[in-house]
Design a protein around this ligand. Sequence first.
Ligand SMILES: [Zn+2]
Ligand SMILES: [Zn+2]
Length: 229
Amino acid sequence: MTTPTPCAAATCSRTLRDTETATAQAVCTPCVDVIGVWLRELPLQITVLEGSRQRETTGASAGGRTAHRTAPLPGRADVLNLLGPAAWTDVQDEHGDQHGPLPIAGVLIPWVRLITEERRWNPPPSLAPEDLALWLAQPRPLTWAARRPWAGDMRDELHQLMRTVRSTTSLRPRRRAVPQPCPRCDSLTLVATDHQLYTECGTCGSMYTREELALAARITAATLDAGAL
Ligand SMILES: [Zn+2]
Ligand SMILES: [Zn+2]
């Protein structure tokens, strides 16, 4: 037996399945899936960020009487920072002396640029973060990226970006508990997340498709029946 290859993402604890190594994937299929989910979620998050560009000025005058029309307060620094522009070529300095999190575009551009330069595919229509995200989310760039040695780094960077973005907007996909023990560790900590193909175990980090869980449930039921006899 060969030793299983770990998924190249530091933020993922899974090992690659035979079907994944056979197609030369560097990251596991759940990781590829979640990258697509994140990238398609970004345009929505950006809309919310745009909406909170200006600090809300009504909060201080809850009674309504003291509302005065002063100049709007400066925009929230964290929001402005995330929405900030980034240059196509200025990638060497990405971990340089910049303070705070990178703008969304600053995280996405190096990956888009790497792929377009290596594959000579047409770049996104603009450097707006939503255009960059949707370009990367297309099946062709995403599938190709998943087979690069840097796929794990891309997953880890996007994971960090989504954490920052979601904590800034307080907008998170809905998660719900799945009332079934994890087929691997038996904990009752399976969680399904909106738009994600995989249900994740909060204890051991295993990921399951709907079909795998249905199969596991049938096996459990069969075992219980056998035990009852
Ligand atoms: Zn993975
Ligand atoms: Zn588990």
